[in-house]
Design a binder for this molecule. Structure first.
Ligand SMILES: [Zn+2]
Length: 276
C-alpha cells in the first residue's frame, strides 16, 4: 500500500467507525455526503488520483492501480445487501487504449486539462476499488460520467465500425431521464447490437422518440441532473446485446437485464479521436 493511501485509509476508517454504515472494508473510499459539485473549489478532499462525485471518490481516468490493487476476480463485488456477486461484464480489450482522453464522446471536454471523463468504467477493478458511497447505495460503475454545464447538447457519436444509423429504443426514466439507442457494429466479422444509454438528461431533443433513427452528430438531448440532483453530468453506458436477442418491444428493465445485454467497457466501442 502506498503511504498516501495508508494515511487516507486510516482517516476513512475513523469516519467509517463513526458512521452507521455497514462498511466491510476500511479501504473503501467514501467521503461525507453533501459535497459541492465535482471539480468545484469547495469539493471535499479525495485521495490523489480521485475526484469527488456525489458522496464517493472516483478514480481519475488514467490513474493506474497495480500490485495488490490488481483485479483478482473481474466482474464481482459486494452488493448493497452484502451478497458477493459475480456477474457477466465485458472488460476493456487489451488492444484498446486505457487512456479515456484518446476517445471521442457525445459532449466536449469540460474538465480542467481538457479531460472529458470524471468517472470511468470500474467493474473490471477489484471490489474495493469500485465506486460506492458511505451508504453503499451505489456499487460499481458500468459507464462513464461526463460532467458538463446543464443544457449542453449531446450529439450522437457513431461507434467504431458502426453499420447504419442508430435506432431509439427507449426514452423515459432509468438513470433520471434517459435515452437508449441501439447501435450495430461489425465486430470480428459479425454484426453485434449495442445498447447505448444516455442518462440524467435535462430534457430530450425534439423528435427523439422510440423508432426514430439518429445519425452521427445529431443532437439527441441535453445534459442535466435528473436522477442525480445537483450533480450535472451525462452518464454514458454501453451494453452488448446478447446474440440473437431483439430489443424490440422490451421494457427498459428487460433490456438491461443480464439475459438480454451485458455491460461492456465503452472503450471497446467508442471511436478513437483520430478516426472518423
Ligand atoms: Zn454514471
Amino acid at each position: 500500500m502506498r503511504p498516501l493511501t495508508m494515511a487516507f485509509t486510516i482517516a476513512l476508517a475513523s469516519i467509517a467507525l463513526s458512521s452507521r454504515t455497514r462498511a466491510r472494508d476500511p479501504l473503501r473510499i467514501g467521503v461525507l455526503a453533501g459535497l459541492a459539485a465535482p471539480g468545484s473549489p469547495d469539493a471535499a478532499p479525495c485521495p490523489k488520483g480521485t475526484l469527488p462525485d456525489g458522496n464517493v471518490c472516483v478514480h481519475l481516468p488514467g490513474s493506474e492501480e497495480g500490485g495488490e490493487d490488481a483485479p483478482v476476480v473481474a466482474g464481482s463485488h459486494f452488493e448493497r445487501s452484502g451478497r458477493y456477486a459475480i456477474y457477466d461484464q465485458i472488460p476493456r480489450r487489451p488492444d484498446r487504449p486505457a487512456d479515456y482522453d484518446l476517445y471521442r464522446y457525445p459532449i466536449p471536454p469540460f474538465l480542467a486539462g481538457g479531460h472529458t471523463v470524471l468517472s470511468g468504467y470500474d467493474l473490471d477493478r477489484p471490489d474495493r476499488s469500485q465506486r460506492r458511497g458511505l451508504t453503499i447505495r451505489a456499487v460499481g460503475h458500468g459507464g462513464v460520467d461526463l460532467p458538463a454545464p446543464k443544457g449542453t447538447p449531446i450529439a450522437l457519436v457513431a461507434l467504431e465500425h458502426q453499420q447504419g444509423d442508430a435506432d431509439v429504443v427507449y426514452v423515459g426514466k432509468w438513470a433520471g431521464t434517459t435515452i437508449f439507442l441501439r447501435q450495430t457494429v461489425r465486430e470480428a466479422g459479425q454484426l453485434r447490437d449495442y445498447l447505448v444509454m444516455f442518462g440524467h438528461l435535462d430534457h430530450v431533443a425534439p423528435g427523439i422518440v422510440v423508432g426514430a433513427r439518429v445519425h452521427e452528430g445529431d443532437v439527441i438531448g441535453f445534459v442535466g441532473d435528473t436522477g442525480s440532483p445537483e450533480l450535472v453530468h451525462l452518464h454514458y453506458e454501453t451494453r452488448r446485446v446478447r446474440d440473437g436477442v431483439d430489443l424490440a418491444g422490451k421494457t427498459a428493465s428487460q433490456m438491461t437485464d443480464g439475459s438480454v445485454s451485458v455491460v461492456c467497457d465503452p472503450r471497446n466501442v467508442l471511436p478513437l479521436k483520430d478516426e472518423k
